[in-house]
Design a protein around this ligand. Structure first.
Ligand code: NAD
Length: 412
């Protein structure tokens, strides 16, 4: 496999081979509609000018306006953004949302820039993609390396450039700037709903079961907090700085508090340091990759010993590793289902903004829980009835939804 986009196309073609999908539709979905690349200058705190490279890929908008996050990471490149945009098309269709799929990003290490530099980068990136986005066109949100503060800055740039007060063009904003209650924990909440549903269907009592989590940012930390409420024990954590483990379990509230101030687990004073490459071989019941893509490969898949892997991150398992894991009877809840809670609550935020409504947290999380339940159950049933993986079932459900609209409208 050469790139993340090869993984996406492999998954897509593997799934369509298990059903009857019009071959024109397969060809049509194989490439994104728009690939936007922009280079823009920013004056750094040192006084020097630096050029930054930004991307926005709009994969498909058959179901509605493009929707997808913006990533700030050194690894951002066209193939990565194309892959993430494709997955957004599938994810939105899977959750029956009136959205297509997109993704964006800026190539930079966010840990290396000051807050004022990040503000200027966020605003200038927004200015550079201004004409391609809009609340009925393309609606960005946070992803890895970005957060509600960055969305607030982008909204400010968008409003100033357009001389408008519209804030529904971005989701994942702070509550003060029109964000939704429950959005910050929504992705982790959705991950945990999936784990609960899997446990119920398989008669597993989660209390006392162990897990390891890669990434303790937005998705990882909220997932861990919610799992601790179920009595689950976190025996390993890895982030971009180190890997720590303990048999007695981490106090994830303390880890979160530490990360809120220190931005990583680097100086966290509990647990034993182990080599990064040994992380996935820590024995546990559930593995939750919640950081980056292509981390479970044929090099480490053999050493994995668990019952379930929940892809909180996008694309963490490569093609070879997936086969190894299936042969070991490990269940995989795929990214397009597991982390879809974020875009579901982004949709609720967009609706609230458009309708000038404010929903309370309980209402938002109840709606999200119902949505995750009905989506999980319909996909689990489809997978069972066709004797295919949950990932294949997700793709088939989503592609069939898109196919129906294309055929009804006679799009081509
Ligand atoms: P984040 O920036 O808040 O946190 C990222 C975490 O990953 C950090 O703890 C960081 O230390 C860790 N990390 C980075 N590089 C690493 C490495 N090489 N090894 C180990 N850990 C590393 O990002 P996030 O929003 O939590 O996103 C995490 C994943 O979830 C991404 O794949 C993202 O696409 C996906 N996702 C996020 C959302 C969302 O709402 N934020 C929604 C859907 C999917």
């Amino acid at each position: 496999m050469n790139s993340l986009y090869d993984l996406v196309l492999f998954q897509f073609k593997e799934a369509v081979s298990k059903d009857t999908i019009d071959e024109d539709i397969v060809e049509y979905l194989s490439a994104p509609k728009h690939e936007i690349i922009t280079n823009f200058p920013i004056r750094l705190d040192s006084g020097k000018i630096k050029m930054f490279k930004g991307y926005r890929v709009q994969h498909n908008n058959v179901l509605g306006p493009y929707k997808g996050g913006i990533r700030f990471s050194n690894d951002v490149h066209l193939n990565e953004v194309k892959s993430l945009a494709f997955w957004m098309t599938i994810k939105c269709a899977l959750q029956d949302l009136p959205y297509g799929g997109a993704k964006g990003g800026v190539q930079l290490n966010p840990y290396e820039y000051s807050q004022s530099e990040l503000e200027r980068i966020s605003k200038e990136y927004c200015n550079s993609i201004y004409k391609y986005i809009g609340d009925n066109k393309d609606i960005p949100a946070p992803d890895m390396g970005t957060n509600s503060q960055i969305m607030d800055w982008m909204v400010d740039a968008y409003q100033k450039k357009g001389n408008i007060h519209n804030n529904s063009v971005f989701t994942g904003k702070s509550i003060e700037c029109g964000g939704s209650q429950g959005r910050v924990e929504a992705t982790g909440y959705g991950v945990v709903e999936c784990i609960k549903l899997w446990a119920k269907l398989n008669n597993v009592d989660l209390c006392g079961k162990t897990y390891i989590i890669q990434g303790f940012g937005n998705v990882g930390s909220h997932t861990a907090l919610l799992l601790s409420m179920l009595g689950m024990i976190c025996v390993g954590i890895q982030d971009h700085t180190r890997t720590i483990t303990t048999e007695e379990g981490f106090n994830v509230y303390k880890v979160k508090k530490h990360c809120d101030t220190h931005k990583s687990i680097k100086e966290y004073q509990f647990g034993t340091n182990i080599d990064d490459k040994d992380f996935f071989s820590i024995k546990c019941d559930i593995i939750i990759p919640a950081a980056k893509e292509l981390v479970i490969t044929k090099e480490n898949a053999d050493t994995i010993d668990c019952s379930l892997i929940v892809e909180a991150a996008n694309g963490p398992i490569d093609i070879d590793a997936e086969n190894i894991l299936y042969n070991k009877n490990i269940t995989i809840i795929p990214d397009i289902l597991a982390n879809s809670g974020g875009v579901v609550v982004s949709y609720y935020e967009w609706l609230q903004n458009l309708r000038r409504e404010y929903w309370d947290k309980e209402n938002v999380l109840n709606k999200l829980s119902n949505k995750m339940n009905s989506t999980f159950n319909k996909i689990y049933e489809l997978a069972k009835s066709k004797n295919i993986s949950i990932r294949d079932a997700c793709y088939i459900y989503s592609i069939k939804r898109i196919e129906k609209i294309i055929l009804n409208k006679k799009l081509f």
